[in-house]
Write a protein that binds this ligand. Structure first.
Ligand code: ATP
Length: 448
C-alpha cells in the first residue's frame, strides 16, 4: 500500500542536528522500527514523514509522490498524506462509547481520508479519486465493524473507556487509527504506558495487525527488545545519524559498529580488548591479560584488505563532508559525533578509563553471551561471580582475572557462586572490531 523514501533529509535547530542527511527506503508493507537512545532523532524522523515536522532540507515521497521537497517547495499537510497516528497518550473521549470513539473521526472524513467498501478497499470514483463527500451511516458502521473485528473489541462497543482495561483501551485507540484506512501507520512508543505482561501481548497483536491490514508500519521505540521482535527492519539512529538499517538478526549478528553491537542484545554483548596480527589466515590475538587465541575470519578475509577498503571509504566521506562545508548556507554540527565509549566489564572498575591511541593491531572482540560456552575442556578458567536462573536459562557473570564475562546457559543448570568453570568461545559469530574506528571488520571463529 505504501513505499516511503527519504532522500538526504536533515532537520536541525540552529547548529543542532536532530536528523542528519538521512537516506531511507521503507518498503511497502514493511514494519520498520526507529530505534536509538533518548534524543537520537527517532521521533523527529517519524514526525517528518508524517508531516508534523518540516525538514530543514531533503525530499520525502510516499508511493513516489513527493510529500516534502525543499528544492521544489513542496510540503503536503499531514491530513492529506493518508496516514494514521498512534501515540503513547492515546486519550479516548471519556464521554463517548467505544463505537462513538472509533466512528468519531470517520464522520468528518474528507476526500483524502477514505470511504471503504465491505472488503475494506478505498471507494474511488472513475477518475481514481476518493469522493469528497461525507460517509453515510452504513459506511461508517462497516468501517467500525471491520476494524473492531481486527483488534477484537466487538463485545465492548457500548462500553465507555473507563469500563475497559488498559489493553482494551489501547485496542480501541488502534481501531480508531485504523478506521479511515491509512496506508501508513505511525506509532510512537504506543505500548509504553502498559505493564510488562500486556506489552508482550500487545506486541504479538501488533504483529498480527500488521499482517491483516497490509499497511506499512513505522514504529518508534527505545526498547531494543520491542524493535527486535516486531520489525521486518530496524533503523538504528545515534545523535541524528543512521547507524544501521537492516533485518533484526543482521543487526544482532553483524552490527556495523560497537555502538550497534552494544545497543542490541540483552544481556549485552561482551567487549574484550585484544591485540595481535594476522599470520596466514588466522589472526593471532592476546587478550584478558594473557589468554592467546587464534581468530579465523569468515570468508578468508585479509585484515589488511579490509583496512585498505575502509581507508578509501573514509577518505571519500571526508572529501564529501569537506565539499559540503564549502557550500553556501552550510551550518556546522554543534552536537559532535564522538567515538563510542565501549564498556569493558571488570570486578574493580578503574576510576577513569585510560585508552591509549589504538594501532591497527588493536581490536575489540564482541562475544554474545550465548557464545561463551562453559565446558570441561574450556581453555579459559574462571569463577562464577553471580548466577541468575530464570528456569529457562541462567545468566552468569564469570570472573576471569579482573574481567567479567556474561554467559547465558540454557536449561535449568544450577551454579554456585565461587564455583570454578572453564570456558571457550563457540561458533563462527565472534565479532572483530577495529579499536581505532569502532567499526566491525568481520565475524569469525576463535580457537583458544
Ligand atoms: P526520545 O526517545 O527521548 O523521545 P527521540 O530519539 O525521539 O528521543 P527526538 O524527539 O527526535 O528524540 O529529538 C531529537 C533531538 O532534537 C533531541 O536532542 C531534542 O532535544 C531536539 N529537539 C527536538 N525538538 C526540538 C526543538 N523544537 N528545538 C530544538 N531542539 C529540538
Amino acid at each position: 500500500m505504501a513505499r516511503i523514501e527519504l532522500h538526504d533529509v536533515t532537520k536541525r535547530w540552529g547548529g543542532y542536528y536532530a536528523v542528519e542527511h538521512l537516506d531511507l527506503v521503507i518498503e511497502d508493507n514493511a514494519f520498520v522500527t526507529l530505534l536509538g537512545p533518548s534524543g537520537c532523532g527517532k521521533t523527529t524522523t517519524l514526525r517528518m514523514i508524517a508531516g508534523l515536522e518540516t525538514p530543514t532540507e531533503g525530499r520525502i515521497t510516499i508511493d513516489g509522490v513527493p510529500m516534502f521537497d525543499s528544492e521544489l517547495g513542496i510540503n503536503v499537510p499531514p491530513n492529506k498524506r493518508r496516514v494514521g497516528f498512534l501515540f503513547q497518550n492515546y486519550a479516548l473521549w471519556p464521554n463517548m462509547t467505544v463505537y462513538q470513539n472509533i466512528a468519531f473521526g470517520l464522520s468528518n472524513i474528507n476526500e483524502s481520508g477514505a470511504a471503504v467498501n465491505e472488503k475494506g478497499e478505498v471507494v474511488r470514483d472513475e477518475s481514481g479519486k476518493a469522493p469528497a463527500r461525507k460517509l453515510t451511516k452504513e459506511e461508517i458502521k462497516r468501517a467500525v465493524d471491520r476494524v473492531s473485528a481486527i483488534v477484537k473489541i466487538g463485545p465492548f462497543m457500548d462500553r465507555y473507556p473507563s469500563e475497559l482495561s488498559g489493553g482494551q483501551q489501547q485496542r480501541v485507540a488502534i481501531a480508531r487509527t485504523l478506521a479511515p484506512g491509512p496506508r501508513v501507520l505511525f506509532m510512537d512508543e504506543p505500548l509504553s504506558n502498559l505493564d510488562a505482561k500486556l506489552r508482550l501481548e500487545m506486541r504479538s497483536e501488533l504483529q498480527r495487525l500488521h499482517l491483516s491490514t497490509g499497511s506499512t508500519f513505522v514504529y518508534v521505540t527505545h526498547d531494543q527488545m520491542e524493535a527486535m521482535t516486531l520489525a521486518t527492519r530496524i533503523c538504528l539512529i545515534d545523535n541524528g545519524r543512521l547507524q544501521q538499517y537492516d533485518e533484526p538478526l543482521t543487526v544482532y549478528n553483524k552490527p556495523n559498529n560497537l555502538f550497534v553491537a552494544d545497543f542490541v542484545g540483552n544481556p549485552a554483548v561482551n567487549f574484550i580488548e585484544a591485540s595481535g596480527k594476522q599470520e596466514g589466515d588466522a589472526v593471532k590475538l592476546s587478550f584478558l591479560d594473557g589468554v592467546q587465541g587464534s581468530f579465523t575470519p569468515n570468508g578468508g578475509l585479509k585484515i589488511a584488505d579490509w583496512y585498505a577498503q575502509d581507508d578509501k571509504q573514509q577518505a571519500e566521506a571526508k572529501a564529501k563532508a569537506e565539499a559540503a562545508a564549502k557550500q553556501p548556507g552550510y551550518v556546522e554540527k554543534t552536537n559532535k559525533d564522538l567515538p563510542f565509549p565501549y564498556h569493558i566489564a571488570r570486578v574493580e572498575e578503574p576510576e577513569t578509563e585510560n585508552r591509549p591511541a589504538a594501532t591497527r593491531e588493536d581490536f575489540v572482540l564482541g562475544v554474545r553471551p550465548e557464545f561463551v560456552h562453559i565446558c570441561e575442556d574450556g581453555a579459559i578458567t574462571g569463577e562464577v561471580f553471580s548466577a541468575m536462573p530464570t528456569g529457562m536459562e541462567t545468566t552468569l557473570k564469570i570472573k576471569v582475572g579482573n574481567y567479567l564475562l556474561t554467559a547465558v546457559v540454557f536449561g535449568g543448570v544450577v551454579y554456585k557462586i565461587g564455583q570454578q568453570v572453564r570456558l571457550n568461545f563457540s561458533g563462527d559469530n565472534i565479532m572483530l572490531f577495529s579499536r581505532q574506528s569502532g567499526r566491525r571488520i568481520v565475524n569469525g571463529e576463535m580457537k583458544l
